[in-house]
Design a protein around this ligand. Structure first.
Ligand SMILES: [Zn+2]
Length: 269
């Protein structure tokens, strides 16, 4: 059986509260035996760490999602540093920029409100890059409608910190930019979607050692599970699409992506 990691899951979300052990067992039964549970704020990061400490093969990432930037305290660095020194924390994130839901776009504010939030997101992102750089950890990046701005903020750190641009849906040229600064992309169930031709084209162009697999569960359930809660076992469905596009066996894909994940999330064992 091929081996896979789910490198981006939100196991602390309410959706998994009642049946997490069964969810993890279903994943292991199809070869998914390492799980990276991603924090979206400090409280969620602590919950992810608690899950990592009590479940076999689970590791955590600590950070603050840009979509919740307004709720963040002015400076999260001291708390993040303390949390991230734990051996089961394998990266910082998810962090980055998200310009998709800015107030003026949602009909809830002005362009001045947008500017304030963009600045807040940028400040929070840079704080997390600083902590990652200090601690020698890599970062999990969330970027939506903000690719050039995200790369611009990250670039000064790229010699010391690697990033994974998670849930990658960019163009082949954007993928080349990410790989060109020594970072990685990871692909979700979007690669299985009927309307996923653009991301499949980017995936086909991505070198085998430049990519990882993730579910982003409970979101983005792949075909044939669309519309249901996503869970780590569905990596197997994502992997069969990816292996087809990469013209390799699921075993070869598993070996390559697990090796990439182990070198990126250095503390995974
Ligand atoms: Zn996520």
């Amino acid at each position: 059986m091929p081996q896979f990691f789910d490198t981006h899951a939100h196991l602390d979300f309410d959706e998994f509260r009642s049946d997490l052990p069964a969810v993890l067992d279903r994943a292991r039964a199809v070869g998914v035996d390492r799980f990276v549970s991603i924090g979206t704020d400090l409280a969620a990061s602590r919950r992810a760490l608690a899950i990592a400490e009590t479940h076999q093969g689970v590791f955590a990432v600590a950070g603050w999602h840009p979509g919740h930037a307004e709720e963040a305290p002015p400076d999260i660095r001291a708390e993040l540093r303390a949390l991230a020194s734990h051996e089961r924390i394998v990266a910082i994130g998810e962090c980055g920029l998200d310009f998709y839901r800015l107030p003026s776009r949602m009909g809830q504010g002005t362009v001045d409100d947008d500017a304030r939030i963009r600045e807040r997101q940028a400040d929070l992102f840079v704080q997390q890059l600083e902590v990652a750089s200090e601690l020698g950890l890599n970062v999990v990046i969330h970027t939506r409608d903000s690719f050039p701005e995200t790369v611009e903020l990250f670039r000064p750190y790229a010699s010391r910190v690697r990033a994974v641009f998670h849930c990658f849906v960019g163009t082949p040229a954007e993928m080349e930019v990410v790989l060109g600064i020594g970072s990685l992309v990871s692909y979700t169930g979007i690669v299985t979607f009927k309307n996923g031709n653009a991301v499949r084209e980017t995936l086909a162009a991505t070198p085998m050692d430049g990519l990882m697999l993730e579910t982003d569960c409970p979101f983005l359930a792949p075909v044939p599970h669309r519309g249901r809660r996503c869970e780590p076992a569905f990596i197997a469905d994502i992997a069969s699409t990816v292996a087809g596009l990469k013209h390799c066996s699921p075993e070869e894909l598993g070996t390559a992506t697990c090796a990439t994940a182990r070198s990126f999330f250095k503390r995974i064992f």
